[in-house]
Design a protein around this ligand. Sequence first.
Ligand SMILES: [Zn+2]
Length: 117
Amino acid sequence: MPELSEENRTKTLPILERVRAEILAVAGEDKALIFQMKRYIAKRLEFDERGTPMQRRKLKDQMWKKQRGLCALCKGELPERGAELDRFKAIDGYTEENTRLVCHSCHRKSQEARGFA
Ligand SMILES: [Zn+2]
């Protein structure tokens, strides 16, 4: 996925600045509260994009059963822990249709091939 264009960055930055200003307005000088509020907001934005850890765990279980515990790429047995969800298109999120369960090594190769990592 291409990065945010210069034009859209110009539209997005003021949103970030408003959020920062609102946090300061509410938290004042309380450094711990500022830290916690930023963490909380960052996590929720991440969940908007990736789903919650519980949703992803559930999807992993589903994909594990669907693929009978085998890596979608090398067909090797997936490790009990550490199998990874690979999205075909990041923007389409973590759904059964848009993901496959792969081993760490295949995931890394797949991301390199697409120009990530
Ligand atoms: Zn593999």
